[in-house]
Design a protein around this ligand. Sequence first.
Ligand code: ACM
Length: 262
Amino acid sequence: MRVGFFQFAPQFGEVSHNLDKVVETLDRADADLIVLPELFASGYQFVSQQEVITLSELVPNGPTTQRLIDLAKRRRMVIVAGLPERAGAACYNSAVVVGPSGFIGCYRKTHLFFEETLFFAPGDTGFQVWDIGPAKIGVMICFDWYYPEAARTLALKGAEIICHPSNLVLPNCPDSMPVRCLENRVFAVTCNRTGSEARGGKDRLTFIGNSEVVAPRGAILHRAPREQDELCILEIDPADARNKAVTPYNDLLRDRRESLYR
Ligand code: ACM
């Protein structure tokens, strides 16, 4: 299975421009699964609720999801991509999953980071797993990594690959995802963005790049640089995530002592 990410620097508010860049790049990509950053077409640093409302879109009928569906059908790939979602009066920091057969699902970010808490409603979808054929995939968004429960829940639900659209500003995630993968025996594709934003007089946020693909035993298969765009695609065997035996006497998920975790 060919999986990867496209790390780049979205321009705030330039949705069509950002989408064009993604479509141009992925039209040259040969992959089964591609992860894009969190809020990949809108940008990240909102300064008002009105801005969020203006840039948020319906899922799946909004223009960004529709364009991703066209791309996924044309390229016969599954795409996981972050966007601001409008649902009634609420806006969510969401990620859509689309594929060759169209819309697959939507995840709404559970653990909102920093000023996201001012503008987005906390996600209410819970952690979901989709069978896309060659593998079962789950989605968490950026700061969800800080809560080991997110990756654990996805693993318990059968995810073999965790797709992780991100806009990381803290330094710790790239070195922590190998632990999330090791402790759950799953692959992870973290797609971060690069560049920085300093909007409306706010402190500059610098995004740390370093997108990566990590294997179930914690090996970093590839890590992107901090600052450059990168399309990364590599071959993995999702079956490596199905064997949860640590030793002949220890099975990772079976041996959990749930009654003692309360
Ligand atoms: C983050 O959750 N965007 C750090």
